[in-house]
Design a protein around this ligand. Structure first.
Ligand code: ATP
Ligand code: MG
Length: 179
């Protein structure tokens, strides 16, 4: 069978969805593949992966496209939600452009499952984008609560299950481990 691009999903409540995608990116770059990471929700600065990826050379890029943390919808002010929506719309436009550019071997859509859950990105649009993507392109979608429709068309789906998390003992998020 001819090689074709895969759709991978990292979801679930446990830690490791984004870092597994970054691990895959590291492996792929080592083999000369071109990798783009678009971060929905995350707004850049502070994340170790930005500096780490900058050291990996020209064949990999990471772009934080979000507007910071999205809290549960009820707790968001209308202005905050509008800012998230605007950032998500811009991220979406860039994603569609880059998918169709056929420049990349792998595109990682970090936290896009969250973006769908919060209504920042439409599930139908993501489905059509996946169906219309260049044949050879691999895509990775991360984030909790991946929609059933996406799971259904994906090739490889991994659900991280939380057995324990340091956070439960009151240990705060640590540089290099959590961000
Ligand atoms: P990571 O980026 O470490 O791979 P993740 O992508 O699986 O984590 P997210 O849902 O994106 O997890 O959560 C973002 C942040 O919350 C990360 O700093 C992550 O380490 C932390 N985190 C992940 N799972 C849990 C959990 N079960 N309880 C508390 N914090 C968590
Ligand atoms: Mg994540």
């Amino acid at each position: 069978m001819a090689e074709r691009g895969l759709i991978l999903v990292n979801t679930g409540e446990g830690k490791g969805k984004t870092t597994a995608a970054l691990g895959l990116a590291l492996r792929a770059v080592g083999d000369g593949l071109r990798v783009l990471i678009l971060q929905f929700i995350k707004s850049g600065g502070g994340y170790g992966e930005l500096k780490g990826i900058a050291r990996l050379g020209e064949s990999i890029e990471i772009r934080p496209m979000g507007n910071g943390f999205v809290y549960h919808r009820q707790e968001q002010s209308a202005e905050a939600m509008a800012a998230h929506k605007k950032a998500a719309a811009e991220a979406w436009a860039m994603l569609e452009r880059e998918v169709q550019s056929d420049v990349w071997d792998i595109i990682i859509m970090d936290e896009i499952n969250y973006a769908m859950k919060f209504g920042l990105v439409s599930e139908e649009k993501v489905l059509s984008m996946l169906k219309a993507k260049p044949e050879r392109l691999h895509v990775v979608l991360t984030g909790r609560d991946a929609p059933e429709s996406i799971i259904a068309i994906a090739d490889t789906v991994t659900e991280m299950r939380m057995v324990k998390h340091a956070y439960q003992k009151g240990i705060k998020a640590m540089k290099g481990i959590e961000f």
